[in-house]
Design a protein around this ligand. Sequence first.
Ligand code: PEP
Ligand code: MN
Length: 337
Amino acid sequence: MIIVMRVNATAREIAAVVERVEGMGFHAHLSEGEERTIIGVIGDERPVDPGLFERLEGVERAVPILRPFKLASRDFHPKDSIFSINGIKIGGKGLCIMAGPCAVESRQQILEVAHAVKEAGAHVLRGGAFKPRTSPYSFQGLGLRGLELLAEAREETGLPIVTEVMAPEAVSMVAHYADILQVGARNMQNFALLQAVGQTNKPVLLKRGMMATIEELLMAAEYILSNGNSRVILCERGIRTFEKYTRNTLDINAIPAIKQLTHLPVIADPSHGTGKWDLVAPVAKACIAAGADGLIVEVHPDPQQALSDQAQQLRPEVFAKLMDDLRALAPPLGREL
Ligand code: PEP
Ligand code: MN
């Protein structure tokens, strides 16, 4: 349920409502807008009569939120969430482009890509140090050494880094190095991991599970939000369908649909969404046209030699061309790059 306070509600009236909500065993989540305060009643409030709150001083109305996600919902937070990560804005008019290799493979590799994507205009450097691989015999990532190399690349380029964390026990270590914690598609419903990243002060990039519905993605985000972390970025990265020509089917519908349902920023991953490097740029542009707030794109200095996802990583020149195209595409779409 949300409790919408009157425009002129006083601090004392707001505090009294919060006290009432908490006295009933719920958590009160305050959203202070420019005009008025909205109080989210968090918990299973189904049996509660909204009239109980509507009788309190300063309350304009109390509305049950019928959707299963609350903090993620636009009903609760009508305006787009915009947050800033080391000076880089996510959400709002500006597009945020994250780029880098699938995995950190060596010092030379990560530094070379970091400089190349920075030069091309990327805002955030990606790179996996802990890789969720289908086979236990495949390259699993450099682990802690990979995180150290990412930190070195940040030092050299100034780009904030996004990297995946796979286990709740690893969250504090990864959060020590990363500027954004990535929760991968395979872990979208690892609830212990969602709770753990929800308890950090680092923004979280939450990727849609390959078999997850939009509602399941938003419920996963709700786990992070309800643990106190309001900075969640959602990512459409393709889902499994009967189509085998591409690695996944990037669900373009999901981008505007998720933006209708939630205030959280939404980005797209055309690399995993297609699995084919020569489809990445056209699909990337489609995602921006559909309203994505940014992209995460895999770039490798020599994709054929990559230790993972060879077929989908872009050579730096191809990424630079995509950035040029996006700079031309952004203004007519009302976006900035
Ligand atoms: C990745 O970003 O490298 C990755 C493993 O992505 P996903 O979790 O979407 O498969
Ligand atoms: Mn990858």
